[in-house]
Design a binder for this molecule. Structure first.
Ligand SMILES: N[C@@H](CCC(=O)N[C@@H](CS)C(=O)NCC(=O)O)C(=O)O
Length: 242
């Protein structure tokens, strides 16, 4: 099974953002860094035919389908990668994973809130995804997906907060990353790890296509974070969107 070249299924991005979905972009970065030969397939519309959970990213090794970016990176770590994707030393490794989870559980949701729960940003997102001219089908799709995302955001708790509260939380998250970044190197060592890929995957698209200027400004105002995202993309030998 491991001899087959894996296929990564992701939502598309654009303008050098690997994917509009941060977990998808994280796996794109990790795979690029690892040097493991693979291919990438982009999913336009529903992921249900690809993904058992209906969500992306999905990594396919032949018949095996791995959903969830954390599980995908865990699986990749079992392979003989040309370049390992996280530190080997146990304490640094734990540190790396904590950053990955912090992004998944915190900044990911702040970014989702910015896109979906701030009305002017949500309008821009819908115009980008569906185009300005709405058919009845598109209008129904837009209503259903928005309702579902808002339901998830409320279930997580962030959707119950005001935009100002979430913006302030986002600033605190960025300050935390800034404080943790060493003068040289990455969050958990000299090479980028899973936490770095996760942070870069979110920050690189902080104002993707002008959708979330509030988040874009918060990131752009922090040179250390901008330098970090550029360093991660450079280590992955991918062109950086910011
Ligand atoms: N925790 C999961 C999150 C996956 C996820 O929620 N993906 C979103 C895109 S960011 C998705 O596929 N949404 C489509 C849907 O839920 O229908 C991971 O890290 O992979």
């Amino acid at each position: 099974m491991d001899s087959e070249e894996p296929v990564l299924w992701i939502y598309p991005g654009g303008e050098q953002v690997p994917s509009i979905s941060p977990p998808c972009a994280k796996v794109v970065l990790a795979l690029a860094y690892s040097g493991l030969p693979h291919s990438i397939e982009k999913v336009f519309g529903s992921a249900k035919r690809i993904s058992p959970t209906g969500r992306l990213p999905v990594l396919a090794f032949g018949e095996e389908r791995i959903t969830d970016s954390v599980a995908i990176l865990d699986r990749l770590e079992q392979l003989a990668l040309p370049r390992p994707i996280g530190p080997a030393e146990p304490k640094a490794r734990a540190h790396d994973r904590l950053w990955e989870h912090y992004v998944n559980d915190t900044i990911y949701w702040q970014g989702l809130y910015m896109r979906w729960c701030v009305p002017e940003n949500h309008r821009r997102l819908m115009n980008l995804v569906l185009g300005e001219r709405l058919s009845l089908r598109k209008l129904i799709g837009r209503t259903l997906i928005t309702r579902e995302v808002l339901r998830r955001a409320r279930g997580q708790g962030i959707g119950l907060k005001s935009a100002d509260q979430v913006r302030a939380q986002l600033v605190r998250s960025l300050e935390l990353i800034e404080a943790a970044l060493p003068a040289a190197g990455f969050l958990a060592g000299e090479a980028p790890g899973r936490g770095d890929f996760a942070v870069a995957a979110v920050t690189c698209q902080s104002n993707f296509r002008g959708l979330t200027p509030d988040m874009g400004e918060a990131v752009a105002a922090r040179p250390k974070i901008m330098a970090h995202v550029r360093a991660v993309f450079a280590a992955c030998e991918l062109p950086c969107p910011v």
